[in-house]
Ligand binder design. Structure first.
Ligand code: PM9
Length: 457
Protein backbone atom coordinates (compact mmCIF):
# COMPACT_ATOMS: atom_id res chain seq x y z
CA UNK A 1 0.00 0.00 0.00
CA UNK A 2 1.34 3.38 -1.05
CA UNK A 3 1.19 5.79 1.92
CA UNK A 4 1.70 9.18 0.33
CA UNK A 5 -0.79 9.68 -2.47
CA UNK A 6 -1.40 13.11 -4.01
CA UNK A 7 -4.86 14.59 -3.56
CA UNK A 8 -7.16 13.47 -6.41
CA UNK A 9 -8.47 17.06 -6.73
CA UNK A 10 -7.30 20.63 -7.23
CA UNK A 11 -7.98 23.32 -4.62
CA UNK A 12 -10.28 26.06 -5.97
CA UNK A 13 -11.34 27.93 -2.83
CA UNK A 14 -9.29 28.41 0.32
CA UNK A 15 -10.22 29.33 3.87
CA UNK A 16 -7.37 31.07 5.73
CA UNK A 17 -6.35 29.68 9.12
CA UNK A 18 -3.91 31.10 11.64
CA UNK A 19 -2.52 30.26 15.04
CA UNK A 20 -3.05 32.38 18.15
CA UNK A 21 -0.24 32.61 20.73
CA UNK A 22 0.35 30.03 23.44
CA UNK A 23 -0.78 32.51 26.13
CA UNK A 24 -4.02 33.04 24.21
CA UNK A 25 -4.51 29.29 23.84
CA UNK A 26 -4.03 28.74 27.60
CA UNK A 27 -6.70 31.38 28.23
CA UNK A 28 -9.02 29.96 25.56
CA UNK A 29 -8.93 26.37 26.87
CA UNK A 30 -9.46 27.58 30.45
CA UNK A 31 -12.52 29.56 29.31
CA UNK A 32 -13.71 26.42 27.47
CA UNK A 33 -13.57 24.44 30.73
CA UNK A 34 -10.78 22.25 29.26
CA UNK A 35 -13.35 20.82 26.85
CA UNK A 36 -12.31 21.09 23.19
CA UNK A 37 -16.01 21.12 22.17
CA UNK A 38 -16.34 24.49 23.90
CA UNK A 39 -13.44 26.18 22.09
CA UNK A 40 -14.23 28.84 19.53
CA UNK A 41 -13.35 27.66 16.04
CA UNK A 42 -11.47 30.90 15.38
CA UNK A 43 -9.07 29.96 18.20
CA UNK A 44 -8.20 26.62 16.56
CA UNK A 45 -5.33 26.18 14.13
CA UNK A 46 -5.83 22.66 12.74
CA UNK A 47 -9.25 21.31 13.58
CA UNK A 48 -9.29 17.54 14.07
CA UNK A 49 -12.24 17.55 16.47
CA UNK A 50 -14.37 15.54 14.09
CA UNK A 51 -14.91 14.39 10.53
CA UNK A 52 -18.62 15.11 11.01
CA UNK A 53 -20.01 17.88 8.81
CA UNK A 54 -16.49 19.22 8.28
CA UNK A 55 -16.14 17.88 4.74
CA UNK A 56 -15.12 20.10 1.83
CA UNK A 57 -17.82 19.82 -0.81
CA UNK A 58 -16.89 19.60 -4.49
CA UNK A 59 -17.69 22.14 -7.22
CA UNK A 60 -20.33 19.67 -8.41
CA UNK A 61 -22.00 19.64 -4.98
CA UNK A 62 -21.89 23.44 -4.71
CA UNK A 63 -23.45 23.66 -8.17
CA UNK A 64 -26.16 21.28 -6.93
CA UNK A 65 -27.02 23.71 -4.13
CA UNK A 66 -28.25 26.17 -6.76
CA UNK A 67 -30.65 23.52 -8.01
CA UNK A 68 -32.33 23.21 -4.62
CA UNK A 69 -36.07 22.76 -5.10
CA UNK A 70 -37.29 24.44 -1.93
CA UNK A 71 -40.88 23.29 -2.23
CA UNK A 72 -42.30 22.09 1.09
CA UNK A 73 -43.49 18.83 -0.41
CA UNK A 74 -42.28 16.56 -3.20
CA UNK A 75 -38.97 18.31 -3.88
CA UNK A 76 -37.15 17.03 -6.94
CA UNK A 77 -33.99 16.80 -4.84
CA UNK A 78 -35.65 14.15 -2.67
CA UNK A 79 -36.07 12.00 -5.78
CA UNK A 80 -32.36 12.39 -6.51
CA UNK A 81 -31.47 11.31 -2.98
CA UNK A 82 -33.90 8.39 -3.07
CA UNK A 83 -32.48 7.23 -6.41
CA UNK A 84 -28.90 7.51 -5.11
CA UNK A 85 -29.68 5.48 -1.98
CA UNK A 86 -31.55 2.85 -4.01
CA UNK A 87 -28.74 2.63 -6.53
CA UNK A 88 -25.69 2.66 -4.24
CA UNK A 89 -27.05 1.11 -1.04
CA UNK A 90 -29.84 -0.99 -2.49
CA UNK A 91 -32.50 0.01 0.05
CA UNK A 92 -35.99 0.60 -1.30
CA UNK A 93 -37.23 3.24 1.14
CA UNK A 94 -35.47 6.39 2.35
CA UNK A 95 -36.51 8.88 5.03
CA UNK A 96 -34.22 11.93 5.20
CA UNK A 97 -33.29 13.29 8.63
CA UNK A 98 -31.43 16.39 9.75
CA UNK A 99 -28.45 14.20 10.72
CA UNK A 100 -27.61 10.71 11.94
CA UNK A 101 -29.11 10.96 15.39
CA UNK A 102 -32.43 11.98 13.84
CA UNK A 103 -32.47 8.59 12.10
CA UNK A 104 -31.42 6.87 15.35
CA UNK A 105 -34.29 8.55 17.16
CA UNK A 106 -36.87 7.35 14.61
CA UNK A 107 -35.49 3.82 14.51
CA UNK A 108 -35.27 3.48 18.30
CA UNK A 109 -38.79 4.79 18.81
CA UNK A 110 -40.21 2.41 16.20
CA UNK A 111 -38.39 -0.80 17.05
CA UNK A 112 -37.46 -0.74 20.76
CA UNK A 113 -39.79 -1.73 23.60
CA UNK A 114 -38.89 -1.23 27.26
CA UNK A 115 -36.55 -4.01 28.42
CA UNK A 116 -35.42 -4.97 24.91
CA UNK A 117 -31.75 -5.75 24.28
CA UNK A 118 -29.84 -4.11 21.45
CA UNK A 119 -26.58 -5.88 20.64
CA UNK A 120 -23.97 -3.79 18.86
CA UNK A 121 -20.31 -3.89 17.86
CA UNK A 122 -19.28 -1.39 20.56
CA UNK A 123 -21.41 1.50 21.66
CA UNK A 124 -21.65 4.87 19.99
CA UNK A 125 -22.63 7.83 22.16
CA UNK A 126 -25.75 9.12 20.39
CA UNK A 127 -26.83 5.65 19.24
CA UNK A 128 -26.77 4.17 22.75
CA UNK A 129 -28.46 7.24 24.21
CA UNK A 130 -31.45 6.87 21.86
CA UNK A 131 -31.63 3.15 22.58
CA UNK A 132 -31.64 3.80 26.34
CA UNK A 133 -34.13 6.68 26.12
CA UNK A 134 -36.53 4.18 24.56
CA UNK A 135 -36.00 1.59 27.29
CA UNK A 136 -33.45 -0.53 25.45
CA UNK A 137 -30.38 -2.16 26.97
CA UNK A 138 -27.26 -1.90 24.82
CA UNK A 139 -25.10 -5.04 24.87
CA UNK A 140 -21.59 -5.02 23.46
CA UNK A 141 -20.93 -7.96 21.13
CA UNK A 142 -17.75 -6.77 19.43
CA UNK A 143 -14.71 -9.09 19.35
CA UNK A 144 -12.55 -8.79 22.51
CA UNK A 145 -9.54 -7.57 20.50
CA UNK A 146 -11.36 -4.31 19.72
CA UNK A 147 -10.94 -3.24 23.35
CA UNK A 148 -7.14 -3.53 23.21
CA UNK A 149 -5.41 -0.71 21.31
CA UNK A 150 -2.22 -2.74 20.78
CA UNK A 151 -3.64 -5.80 19.05
CA UNK A 152 -3.03 -5.40 15.34
CA UNK A 153 -5.46 -7.58 13.40
CA UNK A 154 -7.58 -6.81 10.35
CA UNK A 155 -11.34 -6.32 10.78
CA UNK A 156 -11.11 -5.49 14.46
CA UNK A 157 -14.69 -4.17 14.30
CA UNK A 158 -16.18 -7.63 13.73
CA UNK A 159 -19.12 -8.90 15.72
CA UNK A 160 -18.26 -11.84 18.00
CA UNK A 161 -20.88 -14.34 16.86
CA UNK A 162 -20.57 -16.34 20.09
CA UNK A 163 -21.39 -13.25 22.14
CA UNK A 164 -24.36 -12.49 19.89
CA UNK A 165 -25.64 -16.07 20.10
CA UNK A 166 -25.11 -16.17 23.87
CA UNK A 167 -27.30 -13.07 24.24
CA UNK A 168 -30.01 -14.64 22.07
CA UNK A 169 -29.96 -17.77 24.22
CA UNK A 170 -29.99 -15.80 27.46
CA UNK A 171 -32.75 -13.26 26.79
CA UNK A 172 -34.62 -14.79 23.84
CA UNK A 173 -34.80 -13.53 20.27
CA UNK A 174 -38.17 -11.89 20.87
CA UNK A 175 -36.46 -9.37 23.18
CA UNK A 176 -33.89 -8.40 20.53
CA UNK A 177 -35.62 -6.22 17.91
CA UNK A 178 -32.41 -5.73 15.96
CA UNK A 179 -28.65 -5.91 16.06
CA UNK A 180 -26.90 -2.63 15.27
CA UNK A 181 -23.71 -3.18 13.27
CA UNK A 182 -21.49 -0.15 12.79
CA UNK A 183 -19.38 -0.15 9.63
CA UNK A 184 -16.75 1.06 10.57
CA UNK A 185 -16.61 1.17 14.39
CA UNK A 186 -15.93 4.71 15.46
CA UNK A 187 -15.22 4.17 19.16
CA UNK A 188 -12.87 1.25 18.47
CA UNK A 189 -10.64 3.44 16.31
CA UNK A 190 -12.46 3.41 12.98
CA UNK A 191 -12.03 -0.36 12.69
CA UNK A 192 -13.81 -2.15 9.82
CA UNK A 193 -16.03 -5.24 9.70
CA UNK A 194 -15.32 -7.98 7.17
CA UNK A 195 -17.82 -9.08 4.53
CA UNK A 196 -17.60 -12.62 5.92
CA UNK A 197 -18.60 -11.35 9.35
CA UNK A 198 -21.50 -9.31 7.95
CA UNK A 199 -22.71 -12.38 6.07
CA UNK A 200 -22.51 -14.53 9.21
CA UNK A 201 -24.25 -11.93 11.38
CA UNK A 202 -27.08 -11.79 8.85
CA UNK A 203 -27.42 -15.59 8.75
CA UNK A 204 -27.57 -15.87 12.54
CA UNK A 205 -29.96 -12.94 12.92
CA UNK A 206 -32.23 -14.19 10.12
CA UNK A 207 -32.38 -17.62 11.71
CA UNK A 208 -33.78 -15.99 14.86
CA UNK A 209 -35.89 -13.41 12.98
CA UNK A 210 -33.85 -10.51 14.33
CA UNK A 211 -33.42 -7.45 12.13
CA UNK A 212 -29.94 -6.32 11.12
CA UNK A 213 -29.51 -2.54 11.06
CA UNK A 214 -26.23 -1.02 9.95
CA UNK A 215 -24.90 2.23 11.24
CA UNK A 216 -23.68 3.09 7.75
CA UNK A 217 -22.07 6.38 8.73
CA UNK A 218 -18.61 5.37 7.45
CA UNK A 219 -19.61 2.46 5.22
CA UNK A 220 -17.53 3.54 2.21
CA UNK A 221 -14.40 3.53 4.36
CA UNK A 222 -15.41 0.03 5.50
CA UNK A 223 -15.82 -1.03 1.86
CA UNK A 224 -12.30 0.19 1.12
CA UNK A 225 -10.82 -2.03 3.84
CA UNK A 226 -12.72 -5.02 2.45
CA UNK A 227 -11.38 -4.28 -1.02
CA UNK A 228 -7.85 -3.99 0.26
CA UNK A 229 -7.74 -6.78 2.83
CA UNK A 230 -10.41 -9.41 2.29
CA UNK A 231 -9.67 -12.24 -0.08
CA UNK A 232 -11.52 -12.08 -3.36
CA UNK A 233 -12.45 -8.39 -3.29
CA UNK A 234 -9.31 -6.77 -4.73
CA UNK A 235 -10.78 -6.40 -8.21
CA UNK A 236 -14.35 -5.59 -7.19
CA UNK A 237 -15.48 -1.95 -7.54
CA UNK A 238 -16.25 -0.15 -4.26
CA UNK A 239 -19.88 0.34 -5.31
CA UNK A 240 -20.37 -3.42 -5.69
CA UNK A 241 -18.71 -4.09 -2.34
CA UNK A 242 -21.04 -1.56 -0.76
CA UNK A 243 -24.08 -3.14 -2.39
CA UNK A 244 -23.06 -6.56 -1.14
CA UNK A 245 -22.45 -5.20 2.39
CA UNK A 246 -25.89 -3.59 2.45
CA UNK A 247 -27.54 -6.77 1.16
CA UNK A 248 -26.83 -8.23 4.63
CA UNK A 249 -28.86 -5.51 6.37
CA UNK A 250 -32.58 -4.86 6.67
CA UNK A 251 -31.96 -1.15 6.95
CA UNK A 252 -29.48 1.48 8.02
CA UNK A 253 -29.10 4.75 9.82
CA UNK A 254 -26.78 7.23 8.16
CA UNK A 255 -25.06 10.38 9.27
CA UNK A 256 -24.48 11.96 5.87
CA UNK A 257 -22.05 14.35 7.54
CA UNK A 258 -19.30 11.75 7.24
CA UNK A 259 -19.09 9.48 4.20
CA UNK A 260 -21.80 11.27 2.18
CA UNK A 261 -19.45 14.27 2.01
CA UNK A 262 -21.88 16.95 3.16
CA UNK A 263 -22.01 19.45 6.02
CA UNK A 264 -25.48 18.46 7.23
CA UNK A 265 -27.92 15.62 6.62
CA UNK A 266 -28.68 11.99 7.24
CA UNK A 267 -31.27 9.33 6.55
CA UNK A 268 -32.96 6.16 7.65
CA UNK A 269 -33.25 3.55 4.90
CA UNK A 270 -34.93 0.17 4.83
CA UNK A 271 -36.61 -2.48 2.70
CA UNK A 272 -39.60 -3.23 4.92
CA UNK A 273 -42.70 -1.26 3.91
CA UNK A 274 -44.32 -1.38 7.37
CA UNK A 275 -41.18 0.00 8.97
CA UNK A 276 -41.12 2.74 6.34
CA UNK A 277 -44.76 3.69 6.96
CA UNK A 278 -44.04 3.98 10.70
CA UNK A 279 -40.95 6.08 9.97
CA UNK A 280 -43.04 8.47 7.84
CA UNK A 281 -45.34 8.92 10.84
CA UNK A 282 -42.55 9.68 13.30
CA UNK A 283 -40.48 11.82 10.96
CA UNK A 284 -43.21 14.44 10.68
CA UNK A 285 -43.15 14.83 14.47
CA UNK A 286 -39.40 15.07 14.99
CA UNK A 287 -37.79 16.16 11.72
CA UNK A 288 -40.15 17.42 8.99
CA UNK A 289 -42.10 15.98 6.10
CA UNK A 290 -40.94 12.52 4.94
CA UNK A 291 -39.52 14.03 1.75
CA UNK A 292 -37.27 16.58 3.44
CA UNK A 293 -36.68 15.38 7.00
CA UNK A 294 -35.49 18.71 8.37
CA UNK A 295 -33.24 19.50 5.41
CA UNK A 296 -33.44 22.11 2.67
CA UNK A 297 -33.84 20.84 -0.90
CA UNK A 298 -30.29 21.97 -1.59
CA UNK A 299 -28.96 19.82 1.27
CA UNK A 300 -30.72 16.78 -0.17
CA UNK A 301 -29.10 17.50 -3.53
CA UNK A 302 -25.63 17.89 -2.05
CA UNK A 303 -26.04 14.56 -0.24
CA UNK A 304 -27.27 12.77 -3.39
CA UNK A 305 -24.20 14.01 -5.27
CA UNK A 306 -21.90 13.31 -2.31
CA UNK A 307 -22.99 9.68 -2.22
CA UNK A 308 -21.70 9.18 -5.78
CA UNK A 309 -18.46 11.07 -5.10
CA UNK A 310 -17.78 9.00 -2.00
CA UNK A 311 -17.57 5.76 -3.98
CA UNK A 312 -14.97 7.14 -6.38
CA UNK A 313 -12.00 4.78 -6.09
CA UNK A 314 -9.34 7.53 -6.18
CA UNK A 315 -11.16 9.56 -3.56
CA UNK A 316 -11.55 6.77 -1.03
CA UNK A 317 -8.04 5.42 -1.57
CA UNK A 318 -6.52 8.87 -0.94
CA UNK A 319 -8.77 9.41 2.06
CA UNK A 320 -7.52 6.31 3.85
CA UNK A 321 -3.92 6.95 2.78
CA UNK A 322 -3.98 10.37 4.43
CA UNK A 323 -5.20 8.95 7.73
CA UNK A 324 -2.44 6.33 7.51
CA UNK A 325 0.15 8.96 6.67
CA UNK A 326 -0.47 10.64 10.03
CA UNK A 327 -0.74 7.32 11.86
CA UNK A 328 2.54 6.02 10.47
CA UNK A 329 4.42 9.20 11.46
CA UNK A 330 3.22 8.74 15.03
CA UNK A 331 4.06 5.04 15.08
CA UNK A 332 7.55 5.76 13.69
CA UNK A 333 8.10 8.11 16.65
CA UNK A 334 6.85 5.64 19.27
CA UNK A 335 3.68 7.56 20.05
CA UNK A 336 1.10 5.11 21.40
CA UNK A 337 -1.85 4.87 18.99
CA UNK A 338 -4.66 2.41 18.33
CA UNK A 339 -3.53 -0.22 15.84
CA UNK A 340 -4.22 -0.87 13.08
CA UNK A 341 -4.87 2.69 11.91
CA UNK A 342 -8.58 2.92 11.09
CA UNK A 343 -10.67 4.74 8.55
CA UNK A 344 -11.40 8.27 9.70
CA UNK A 345 -8.97 9.11 12.46
CA UNK A 346 -5.81 8.32 14.33
CA UNK A 347 -6.51 7.58 17.99
CA UNK A 348 -3.87 8.38 20.62
CA UNK A 349 -3.82 5.85 23.44
CA UNK A 350 -4.09 8.29 26.35
CA UNK A 351 -3.91 5.51 28.95
CA UNK A 352 -0.40 4.70 27.70
CA UNK A 353 0.58 8.29 26.74
CA UNK A 354 -0.26 9.57 30.25
CA UNK A 355 0.38 6.32 32.10
CA UNK A 356 0.95 8.24 35.36
CA UNK A 357 -2.72 9.40 35.42
CA UNK A 358 -5.57 7.27 36.81
CA UNK A 359 -8.59 6.97 34.50
CA UNK A 360 -10.68 8.99 36.99
CA UNK A 361 -8.38 11.95 36.30
CA UNK A 362 -9.59 11.86 32.67
CA UNK A 363 -6.31 11.23 30.81
CA UNK A 364 -7.85 11.58 27.33
CA UNK A 365 -9.70 14.79 28.20
CA UNK A 366 -6.46 16.12 29.68
CA UNK A 367 -4.38 15.10 26.67
CA UNK A 368 -6.80 16.74 24.22
CA UNK A 369 -6.63 19.99 26.21
CA UNK A 370 -2.81 19.85 26.39
CA UNK A 371 -2.46 19.15 22.66
CA UNK A 372 -4.48 22.27 21.98
CA UNK A 373 -2.26 24.33 24.30
CA UNK A 374 0.88 22.88 22.72
CA UNK A 375 -0.07 23.43 19.09
CA UNK A 376 -3.55 24.83 18.46
CA UNK A 377 -4.60 21.38 17.18
CA UNK A 378 -8.11 20.47 18.30
CA UNK A 379 -8.90 16.80 18.99
CA UNK A 380 -11.61 14.93 20.90
CA UNK A 381 -11.79 12.79 24.02
CA UNK A 382 -13.08 9.25 23.46
CA UNK A 383 -12.78 7.59 26.84
CA UNK A 384 -14.31 7.73 30.29
CA UNK A 385 -16.01 11.11 29.73
CA UNK A 386 -17.67 9.96 26.48
CA UNK A 387 -18.71 6.67 28.09
CA UNK A 388 -20.87 8.48 30.69
CA UNK A 389 -22.50 6.86 33.71
CA UNK A 390 -24.42 3.59 33.98
CA UNK A 391 -28.00 3.40 35.26
CA UNK A 392 -26.76 3.25 38.87
CA UNK A 393 -24.94 6.53 38.41
CA UNK A 394 -21.40 5.12 38.42
CA UNK A 395 -18.85 6.23 35.86
CA UNK A 396 -18.39 3.62 33.15
CA UNK A 397 -14.70 2.75 32.83
CA UNK A 398 -14.09 1.80 29.18
CA UNK A 399 -10.91 -0.09 28.41
CA UNK A 400 -10.17 2.38 25.63
CA UNK A 401 -9.10 5.81 26.84
CA UNK A 402 -8.41 7.63 23.60
CA UNK A 403 -7.87 11.00 21.99
CA UNK A 404 -9.18 11.13 18.45
CA UNK A 405 -7.31 13.05 15.76
CA UNK A 406 -10.10 13.03 13.22
CA UNK A 407 -9.32 13.91 9.63
CA UNK A 408 -11.99 15.95 7.82
CA UNK A 409 -12.49 14.81 4.22
CA UNK A 410 -10.72 16.79 1.46
CA UNK A 411 -9.83 19.62 3.87
CA UNK A 412 -6.19 19.37 4.99
CA UNK A 413 -2.99 18.43 3.20
CA UNK A 414 -0.24 16.16 4.45
CA UNK A 415 1.75 19.26 5.46
CA UNK A 416 -0.97 19.80 8.08
CA UNK A 417 -0.58 16.17 9.10
CA UNK A 418 3.18 16.75 9.58
CA UNK A 419 2.45 19.64 11.96
CA UNK A 420 0.00 17.50 13.92
CA UNK A 421 2.51 14.67 14.21
CA UNK A 422 5.28 17.03 15.36
CA UNK A 423 2.95 18.50 17.99
CA UNK A 424 2.11 15.07 19.39
CA UNK A 425 5.79 14.12 19.47
CA UNK A 426 6.71 17.33 21.34
CA UNK A 427 3.93 16.76 23.87
CA UNK A 428 4.98 13.15 24.39
CA UNK A 429 8.49 14.28 25.38
CA UNK A 430 7.05 16.36 28.24
CA UNK A 431 4.20 14.03 29.15
CA UNK A 432 5.27 13.46 32.76
CA UNK A 433 4.58 17.12 33.59
CA UNK A 434 0.90 16.80 32.60
CA UNK A 435 -1.66 16.71 35.43
CA UNK A 436 -5.27 15.53 35.30
CA UNK A 437 -8.69 17.20 35.45
CA UNK A 438 -11.86 17.04 37.51
CA UNK A 439 -15.45 17.99 36.70
CA UNK A 440 -16.70 21.50 37.35
CA UNK A 441 -19.99 20.86 35.56
CA UNK A 442 -21.36 17.52 34.41
CA UNK A 443 -24.47 17.35 32.20
CA UNK A 444 -26.72 14.32 32.72
CA UNK A 445 -26.86 13.20 29.04
CA UNK A 446 -24.02 13.01 26.47
CA UNK A 447 -21.84 14.82 28.97
CA UNK A 448 -18.75 15.05 26.77
CA UNK A 449 -20.32 17.73 24.60
CA UNK A 450 -20.74 20.43 27.24
CA UNK A 451 -18.99 19.30 30.44
CA UNK A 452 -16.53 21.69 32.09
CA UNK A 453 -13.36 20.75 33.97
CA UNK A 454 -10.59 22.27 36.04
CA UNK A 455 -7.00 21.09 36.54
CA UNK A 456 -6.20 18.94 39.56
CA UNK A 457 -3.18 20.23 41.47
N1 PM9 B 1 -20.32 11.06 15.05
C1 PM9 B 1 -18.25 12.10 15.52
O1 PM9 B 1 -17.60 13.11 15.72
C2 PM9 B 1 -20.32 13.51 15.66
C3 PM9 B 1 -21.04 13.60 16.93
S1 PM9 B 1 -20.46 12.74 18.34
C4 PM9 B 1 -19.11 13.59 18.81
O2 PM9 B 1 -17.74 10.98 15.41
C5 PM9 B 1 -21.74 7.19 14.28
C6 PM9 B 1 -20.87 6.01 14.11
C7 PM9 B 1 -21.23 8.46 14.42
C8 PM9 B 1 -22.09 9.57 14.62
C9 PM9 B 1 -21.59 10.87 14.84
C10 PM9 B 1 -23.49 9.32 14.64
C11 PM9 B 1 -24.46 10.44 14.84
C12 PM9 B 1 -23.95 8.05 14.52
N2 PM9 B 1 -23.07 7.01 14.35
O3 PM9 B 1 -23.70 13.45 14.42
O4 PM9 B 1 -26.09 12.94 14.51
O5 PM9 B 1 -19.91 8.61 14.36
O6 PM9 B 1 -24.98 13.15 12.32
O7 PM9 B 1 -24.51 11.22 13.70
C13 PM9 B 1 -19.69 12.19 15.39
P1 PM9 B 1 -24.84 12.78 13.75
Amino acid sequence: MQHNQAEPYKIKVVEPISMITKEERIKAIKEAGYNTFLLKSKDVYIDLLTDSGTNAMSDNQWAGLMLGDEAYAGSENFNHLENAVRDVFGFQYVVPTHQGRGAENLLSRILIKKGDYIPGNMYFTTTRTHQELNGGIFTDVIVDEAHDPRIEIPFKGNVDLNKFEKLINEVGADRIPYICVAVTVNMAGGQPVSMKNLREVKALAQHHEINVIFDATRCVENAFFIKEQEEGYQNIPIIDILREMMSYADGCTMSGKKDCLVNIGGFLAMNDKDLYIKATQYVVIYEGLHTYGGLAGRDLEAMARGIYESINEDYISHRISQVRYLGQKLIDNDIPVVKPIGGHAVFLDAREFLSHLLQDLFPAQTLAAQLYIESGVRSMERGIVSAGRDKNGSNRHPKLELVRLTIPRRVYTNAHMDVVAESCIALHRNRKLIKGLRFLYEPSVLRFFTARFEPVE
